[in-house]
Design a binder for this molecule. Structure first.
Ligand code: NAD
Length: 293
């Protein structure tokens, strides 16, 4: 079987072309969607992620402010920056790049972002809305994955989706999204580190989501013929003396058995950035914290 490649570059181009019209329309009305990106410390991977994100915003003529804080910044200082950004009318979305240094309580920081500027959709208010089937701001990675499926006409209705990984960033939200009647209507199995006989479950999948953060973990022995695979993993490994990015799926092993597959890189990653742009454009209409009383 030929495995078709679900290119995130192709899908993101389709999204950007619709966003460009929306952005110029907003600009004609004097609105420039603005993102504040907060980067704490010098984690090299975080530096690259934030750079890629802000570069895209600049290329689209959007406002982006990068706030760099030292590794030893106090939690109090970080929270007071978030509070300031919450009330800044030129900032529509606030992104705090994870991971944060160990002395900072990440949950406390993410929860301090006013839900109407929660561009990543991690705030309990937005996560709660998603879990009751009324999504408002959806985390960018799972939202991008849903876009890829739609773009490549992969219908989820009645299919069995198996998700490996239950994080609040990827696994849990994609399992909710794919199960929602209006968006996916799939039957969903959510697997995690406590799952017994993972292969038994993954072999049932019509659509398999690999989001466990383990390089090339899923190989041909985990899948049935004809499965569609969304490989979310971004893992840096050393191979033949060279540094390389690989997914959570052994792409070589599953090729020829899977019907379709998102590559790594250039699969889910580019869609995450495209959805960050889309969420920022959506957030500009949200009320300011002043109006929330
Ligand atoms: P995480 O570490 O928060 O969660 C991993 C999940 O996988 C956990 O729920 C754990 O229970 C489960 N798990 C781990 N090992 C397992 C195993 N052997 N069997 C079954 N379940 C197992 O990770 P995350 O933040 O969800 O990220 C997952 C991967 O996706 C990482 O490689 C990360 O870099 C990548 N990622 C990519 C993007 C993107 O834009 N493409 C965005 C976010 C995360």
């Amino acid at each position: 079987m030929e495995t078709s490649i679900l290119s995130g570059i192709e899908a993101s181009k389709a999204l950007y072309s619709s966003l460009e019209g929306r952005i110029s329309n907003l600009k004609n009305h004097g609105i420039t969607p603005g993102l504040a990106a907060v980067l704490v410390g010098n984690n090299p991977a975080s530096e690259i992620y934030v750079k890629n994100k802000t570069k895209k915003f600049e290329a689209l003529g959007l406002k982006t402010d990068l706030f760099r804080l030292n590794e030893d910044v106090s939690e109090k200082e970080l929270l007071s920056l978030i509070e300031k950004l919450n009330f800044d009318d030129d900032i529509h979305g606030i992104l705090v790049q994870l991971p944060l240094p160990k002395h900072i309580d990440s949950e406390k920081v993410l929860n301090a972002i006013v839900p109407t500027k929660d561009v990543d959709g991690f705030h309990p208010e937005n996560a709660g809305l998603l879990s009751i089937g009324k999504p408002r701001f959806i985390p960018c990675t799972p939202k991008g994955m849903m876009f890829i499926l739609k773009h490549f006409n992969i219908d989820l209705n009645g299919k069995h989706v198996v998700v490996i990984g239950r994080s609040n960033i990827v696994g849990r939200p994609i399992s909710i999204l794919t199960s929602l009647k209006e968006l996916g209507n799939a039957t969903v199995t959510l697997c995690h580190s406590g799952t017994k006989d993972l292969k038994y479950h993954s072999k049932q999948a019509d659509v398999l989501v690999a989001a466990l953060g383990s390089p090339e973990f899923v190989d041909a022995s985990f899948i049935k013929d004809g499965v569609c695979i969304l490989d979310v993993g971004i893992n840096r490994i050393e191979r033949n003396g060279k540094s390389k990015i690989v997914g959570d799926v052994n792409q070589k092993s599953v090729s020829g058995k899977a019907s379709s597959l998102t590559p790594v890189p250039k699969g889910v990653g580019p869609m995450t950035i495209a959805m960050l742009v889309e969420n920022t454009c959506l957030l500009y209409t949200s009320p300011s914290p002043r109006d929330r009383g």
